[in-house]
Design a protein around this ligand. Structure first.
Ligand SMILES: [Zn+2]
Length: 159
């Protein structure tokens, strides 16, 4: 993966090569477990967050993400390709996959046609979105979403 400038978003992470759908693209390693949210913390559970090493910590939010999250054995997150990704594409996940809520409203600069103008956390998403993303939610949000296996929609996205 390559780190580069991503316009208004500051830094971003870009695919250094073609990536196949289902591939674990980034393995996040915890660098700390702050007791309160920080600018780069990612929520692990109710009242519990992790800070991760680069490049995981530099991933931007997208309203039409190409990565999903999967909690790993180090109490951090791995990032999995939701579709085939071309070399040079920016890698991003939907912050609602991990964040129940946000301390302050964050403008979104993802630039996709699905952009909602701001980063919307899990609590602002409807049940359809929760079903669509059930496989890729932080475990505590998967439980909170109360999505039965039968309700789960395809975890993959098309370009
Ligand atoms: Zn957006």
């Amino acid at each position: 993966m390559e780190v580069g400038l991503a316009g208004a978003k500051g830094f971003g992470v870009f695919a250094a090569r073609w990536l196949a759908r289902g591939e674990t693209v980034i393995v996040g390693k915890a660098t700390g477990y702050p007791t309160e949210r920080t600018r780069v913390s990612v929520q692990l559970d109710w009242g519990r967050q992790v800070e991760m090493d680069a490049p995981a910590t530099l991933l931007n939010h997208s309203c039409a993400p190409n990565l999903g999250v999967r909690q790993n054995h180090w109490s951090a997150y791995d990032f999995v390709a939701l579709r085939d990704i071309l070399a040079g594409e920016e890698l991003a996940f939907d912050y609602a996959m991990t964040e129940h809520s946000l301390v302050a409203s964050l403008p979104c600069w993802c630039g996709t046609t699905a952009c909602q103008g701001e980063v919307l956390p899990w609590s602002a998403r409807d049940q359809r979105w929760r079903e669509q993303n059930a496989v890729w939610l932080a475990p505590y949000l998967r439980v909170a979403s109360a999505v039965t296996p039968a309700q789960r929609l395809s975890p993959w996205v098309n370009r």
